[in-house]
Design a protein. Structure first.
Length: 394
């Protein structure tokens, strides 16, 4: 049996005194907040040393993710369960109805939104969200649906079908992760957090604390590293992850992920087929109650992070830049920083990577995307989070 599939002792004791920002209630009936809206584009003051200008072009209610459509319009998910459509030509913000019910609260709610690689032909979009279970449990789910535009700046989702679920559903409202990504080969990648339960990250009967590789219909590819070793294990590409909120392919087709460490020890990982990244057995951080976790260097059988951040940056998402507008940054990755309130630029040289620059943004950065125009677009976190367009100064 491969070493990554060996049963490991339970780590239940690690669950004591966990610091969490998650809530235990679903908060389904929370009061309304500021609506999404286009605004007159206006320059935004950022740090004078930043090499770009920032322009605010829209605001959203707790935005979480964004994706460009082939016609260059932008889909934006809002954590409470709304899907918005921003039109750069008209500066209008419309609504896409038909989003499944979400469990809103803590870190949970509506997550990612990504069009199918053949969206222009099939109209399919993929959504991740926190889904209710029995009792007070919840878990991430990924659904696909046909997006039908209404001709008035909005549309609806039809034939919504859940194609993947976190297993099992558990209590708590943290570490869903549920980032979605398509590879150039059309494979569907999903990052699945450990749900602040620790042990599932090493348990191959659970798909929590893993990065998963599926066909676009949710079925399991026959060439996955653990295919044939159980229904759940067959989904897994890598394991031993904590809260992998960012996944992205570099220009050479290598997959990378960023994830939040416990107390200190945020990570950038080169994601390798079948590898075990060690959490919660090893980490370059420690528990929030001060109890130590052995460092990666003590257990060389586990894959170590390429970058560790202490103090943390609280990474939210990641995008590799391939455009021409910022020519010197081609091949670099950009990571949104939450607690660091920054945009972090990472340079690469083969298997090596390092933080090259950190650009203060004055707000928590929830998402970052390269636009078809080569500009870098970022979403601020929280109520009234702005959509910013970054272009070179001068």
């Amino acid at each position: 049996m491969p070493r990554n599939t060996l049963p490991l002792p339970l780590c239940a004791a690690l669950a004591l005194a966990l610091f969490t920002t998650a809530c235990t209630g679903t908060d389904r009936n929370a009061s309304a907040t500021a609506s999404a809206a286009a605004i007159t584009p206006e320059e935004v003051a950022t740090d004078a040393a930043n090499p770009f200008s920032a322009k605010a072009i829209a605001t959203f209610d707790e935005p979480w993710a964004m994706s460009f459509l082939p016609d260059d319009r932008l889909l934006v998910s809002e954590k409470r369960g709304k899907l918005r459509l921003y039109d750069f030509a008209t500066h209008a913000v419309g609504e896409i109805t038909g989003v499944p019910d979400v469990v809103y609260g803590g870190q949970g709610g509506f997550g990612d939104v990504v069009p199918h690689p053949q969206f222009a032909d099939n109209g399919l979009v993929y959504l991740s969200y926190a889904e209710a279970g029995d009792g007070d449990t919840a878990g991430a789910a990924v659904a696909r649906a046909k997006l039908v535009f209404d001709g008035n700046g909005g549309g609806t989702l039809e034939n919504v079908e859940v194609i993947w679920r976190q297993m099992p559903k558990v209590t708590g409202r943290g570490h869903y992760a549920h980032r979605i990504l398509f590879g150039d080969d059309g494979m569907l990648w999903i990052s699945s957090g450990d749900r602040q339960k620790f042990d599932p990250a090493q348990d191959m009967t659970s798909n929590m604390g893993k990065i998963l590789r599926l066909n676009d219909d949710g079925t399991v590819p026959a060439d996955n590293p653990f295919a044939g070793q159980g229904e759940i294990a067959s989904q897994v590409w890598s394991l031993g992850h904590r809260n992998p909120l960012g996944i992205a392919f570099d220009p050479q087709g290598q997959l990378w992920n960023n994830e939040m460490g416990p107390k200190n020890g945020d990570e950038l990982n080169k994601v390798v087929r079948g590898e075990n990244y060690g959490y919660p057995i090893v980490s370059n951080g420690e528990h929030y109650d001060g109890r130590p976790i052995p460092d990666h260097s003590t257990r060389p059988e586990f894959a170590a992070p390429v970058i560790t951040w202490t103090p943390v940056i609280s990474p939210s998402s990641m995008e590799f830049y391939t455009g021409d507008l910022f020519h010197d940054w081609r091949g670099d990755a950009f990571i949104g920083g939450l607690s660091s309130q920054a945009l972090v630029r990472v340079e690469f040289d083969g298997d090596r990577a390092w933080e090259a620059e950190r650009y203060p943004m004055g707000a928590r950065i929830r998402a970052v995307r390269q636009g078809p125009d080569g500009a870098i677009y970022v979403l601020e976190d929280g109520k009234g989070g702005r959509l910013l367009m970054l272009t070179p100064k001068g």
